[in-house]
Each structure stands twice: as C-alpha cells, then as structure tokens.
Design a protein around this ligand. Structure first.
Ligand code: IMP
Ligand code: MG
Length: 169
C-alpha cells in the first residue's frame, strides 16, 4: 500500500495546541468532560487533553454505524460513557467527520442527558462528503475527499500508529 503524507506530525501538534487554547478560553477554564470517540480519536484526544490546562475528565464512547444498503442511520453502542454529564461542560472529540451520520446521532443522544454545554472537536473534516447537517465547533484541518490514515485513523484497523496523516493512493 502506498501512503503519501498529507499532514506532518509537527503540523498536527502545532495545530492541536492552537485549538486547545481556543477551547480553554471558550470554556472559561472550567472543567471539561472530554469524550473520546473510539478508536480513531485516541491519539488526538490525549494530545488535546495534554494541551488544555483547565481540569479535564476523560471518558470514552464507541459506536458502530451500519452504512451500506440499509442506510437507516442505525448506530450501535459498543461502549457507553461512564461519567454523569448532566450540567457539565462536554466536548466530543472525533477523528474525522465524513457524512456526519455518527456525530449527528451521538450529539442528539448526549444532548438528552442535559449537559451544560455540548461541543464537538474534530481533527479532520471532509466537508465535501457531508450528508447530514452537522457542523463541528472546532476543526483542526479541513481535508479533501481522500481516504486518510494515521494519527488514529485506520484502514481495516491498520496504520493507526502512523505519527502523521497520510492518504492512500
Ligand atoms: P461519518 O459518520 O460518515 O461522519 O463517518 C465518520 C467515521 O468514518 C469516522 O469516525 C471514521 O471512523 C470513518 N472515516 C471516514 N472517513 C475516513 C477516512 O478517510 N479514513 C479513515 N476513517 C474514515
Ligand atoms: Mg471513528
């Protein structure tokens, strides 16, 4: 498989620092429950969490969406959050937004738990591919419609540990 670098490790780290600063200000240095969407957002969310100096509580969620022919938008929870988020500041951290299906569902699910604030932060955004009316509050990089891997993103569970973001030619 031929993988070409799209975003270097250095660019990723610098951009995460900038975004962390904005998030921190927006949340007035208050405590944030950071919900990492597994598995793709693991590398991104830990890096982001380290760059935010306000108190962070880490939580995890894992969902699988069934795309394909029966495109009903059914989403299954493989792992749910363990924190009580009512009246708390919540930040959903995702690796990439593609059609927007996953986050549209996840956002409305978490909204029902009545958090004080609920925002989305994504490492990558493929806006061209959007099928659902969803916007991320924080985006590190807008990318073209290419299949990308690395920095947590996989192709068939592989390449998540590449330190940069590359695309498959
Ligand atoms: P959505 O629900 O269509 O927005 O899909 C989001 C999910 O699809 C992400 O969390 C990824 O797991 C996966 N995905 C979308 N595009 C890519 C890609 O280019 N590389 C790796 N995974 C992707
Ligand atoms: Mg994912």
């Amino acid at each position: 498989m031929n993988i070409k670098e799209l975003i270097s490790e250095e660019k990723i780290k610098n951009r995460i620092k900038q975004v962390a600063e904005v998030i921190q200000k927006d949340f007035n240095n208050e405590e944030i429950i950071l919900i990492c969407v597994l598995k793709g957002a693991t590398f991104f969310s830990t890096e982001l969490a380290k760059d935010i100096t306000s108190p962070i509580i880490l939580d995890f969620i894992k969902v699988s969406s069934y795309k394909g022919s029966e495109s009903t938008g059914v989403i299954h929870f493989d792992l749910n959050i363990s924190e009580e988020i009512k009246d708390k500041n919540v930040l959903i951290v995702e690796d990439i937004i593609d059609t927007g299906r996953t986050l549209t569902y996840l956002k409305s699910y978490l909204e029902e738990k009545k958090p004080k604030t609920l925002k989305i932060c994504t490492l990558l955004d493929k806006k061209e591919r959007r099928e659902f009316n969803l916007e991320s509050d924080y985006v590190c990089f807008d990318i073209p419609d290419k299949f990308v891997v690395g920095y947590g993103l996989d192709y068939d569970e592989k390449y998540r540990n590449l330190p940069y973001i590359g695309y498959i030619e």
